[in-house]
Design a protein around this ligand. Structure first.
Ligand code: 5GP
Length: 184
């Protein structure tokens, strides 16, 4: 099925049922890996809100749940000229087992910022769970990425938490942008 959001057309790419099944498997793996450890699971808003909710419903071991946002500010320099600062964390991570939940890892730049800031708090361990990853865009390898929902190509995706121009986060399935010849 095709949908339109603003100036772009999208076609269905991953149906909710597929996402749900894969999420359940990730949760089962987490239940085994973190048995008796009480991890802090940190979701990065806004994109991961639906994935986090579905994932947490399948995790059966005790966990603490936290949400953070990334605020861009221009006080420092990075490759893009903008530094992203993690805000909103209310749990002390020192000595804790941390699992970061992301919607998508593209170049990995955002994840690098996050990992750097989480590490400053000296957690016992850090793992990353991402619903989607774009291996062809990834600029460096991350040993921390322990849970991956789906590896996808470089196409832009929307839905199930992910937006295009602020829209589409509430779509149940994930859609892929249809590339028109003028964009290539
Ligand atoms: P990275 O820093 O890994 O390059 O990019 C991560 C961020 O870029 C994601 O958290 C997401 O906000 C955005 N992003 C990257 N690829 C996509 C995509 O295909 N669709 C949407 N909606 N956002 C994306």
């Amino acid at each position: 099925m095709k949908i339109e959001i603003e100036d772009k057309e999208f076609t269905c790419f991953l149906e909710y049922e597929q996402i749900r099944k894969r999420t359940r498997l990730l949760a089962i793996q987490m239940n085994v890996d973190y048995d008796n450890r009480l991890p802090v699971v940190i979701a990065v808003l806004n994109g991961s809100f639906l994935f986090m909710a579905d994932l947490m419903k399948e995790v059966t071991i005790p966990v603490e749940v936290a949400f953070v946002k990334l605020a861009s500010y221009h006080g420092g320099e990075s490759t893009s000229g903008t530094v992203k600062k993690m805000i909103g964390l209310e749990i002390d991570l020192k000595g804790r087992d941390v699992i970061i939940v992301e919607d998508i890892v593209d170049t990995g730049i955002t994840l690098s910022y996050l990992l750097e800031q989480v590490r400053e708090q000296e957690p016992a361990s850090v793992a990353v769970c991402t619903l989607l990853i774009k291996p062809d865009s990834l600029q460096k390898e991350f040993d921390e990425i322990a849970y991956v929902g789906f590896e996808i190509g470089n196409e832009f995706v929307v839905g199930y938490g992910l937006d295009y121009k602020g829209l589409g986060r509430n779509l149940k399935d994930i859609y892929q942008a249809i590339v028109v010849p003028s964009e290539t």
